[in-house]
Design a protein around this ligand. Sequence first.
Ligand SMILES: Cc1ncc(COP(=O)(O)O)c(C=O)c1O
Length: 452
Amino acid sequence: MPTPPLASGPDGPGALRPLLDTVLDALDAGGRARGGPLPAGGPQAVTARMRHALGDALPDEGDPDALRTLVHALAEGAADPADPLCAGHLHGPPLALAAAADLAATVLNPSLDSWDQAPAASALETLVTRALAEAAGAADCLVTTGGTESNHLALLLAREAHGAGVRLITAAGAHHSLTRAAWLLGLPEPVTVPAPAGTLDPATLRTALGDLPGPLLVAATAGTTDAGLIDPLPEIAALCRAHGARLHIDAAYGGGLLFSARHRHRLTGLDAADTVTLDLHKLGWQPVAAGLLTVRDAHDLAALHQRADYLNADDDTEAGLPDLLGRSLHTTRRPDILKIAVTLRSLGRSGLGALVDQVCERADELARLIAAHPGFDLYDRPTISTVLFRPAGATDDTVAAVRRALLRDGRAVLGRARLGGRLWLKTTLLTPHTRPDDLATLLKLVEGHTPR
Ligand SMILES: Cc1ncc(COP(=O)(O)O)c(C=O)c1O
């Protein structure tokens, strides 16, 4: 077998072009073979098809058709977030131009742990993160692999600023990665305050802040995972200020509202937080990964400083080579900033804002359809783009079974959320191409899968 071509270098683009044709053809054929938002037949059928497509995972002799076969199999067995009926999670469809930019990042393979591996990519990251920090009212911004890592970093920075005794206070609906980060970092047992309405209640928080010894870290949420609810950020910020508590806001979902002139006001108070989690692979139409963490005081980042002679020797830094190692907990790191930069520049605030407005509008329409339908109960009008509902009179077991039946038949991906003591079907609309017809189809499908 001849030595396989490389993706970069003078021959890279020429070698890639026919391979990209193969990939695009296989994506097309695989998607057609699936014919819906996810493969029919459930885990057993999907595993059997994938086992057949893969064959021997490490054969003695290679298979020249492996690219086509495996991309086809992956596409055939995918849950496609671009399908309007794939609406179960904060699992968004990437923009074509962001995916194309990501290809360039993969080909060039810059690694953001030292300038000599990523000269232009590191400059781009500095410029774009500065702009993103400014948009969020912060001083600086780090790129992460997603909301989980951003929350983890936020707690780490809080620990370094206030000591290992800092105690986390969250509401019951906050993301599990926050309490998990407290555990990972060896912080005191977090206090989870009840949130019957789904958001952090200022009166409950005031009591907790008054009762607990400091130092304290409050983690509020702008866009809860289950219902897309936004905590009352200005009131929470004022309470934190009054009690000397540090404030982190997990805006992994809601952060995308910053792009929308219509919805930005819902994030009033965001700039009061010491740290904010943003995540453009949720409401930002980026391929995974596209996490961000903004910080209000850039000095906080000094805690991440690290010296490794092969990457940021003192004399190199003194001679003017940028020191990148303290911009992340990772060493080798992908230039995820490229697809983000291309998206921001190509669409601008107004283009991204229009996408945000569109999914929020669709969610409103879906809620109106549900409210007008005698066969369904609506949890509430959506705050962002999440709509919770359930077949009227159904038990929780029926609700769970309806979701699984839709998955098994490959007809729709709906999530599940337990709120107010009941189980709800969760629809997280992130596909801006969703049409009113799709919403009607979704409700018909749920109706058709609900036992009478
Ligand atoms: C509010 C919130 N924070 C954090 C996360 C974790 O983000 P990721 O899955 O990108 O790590 C999620 C995931 O859905 C989330 O909804």
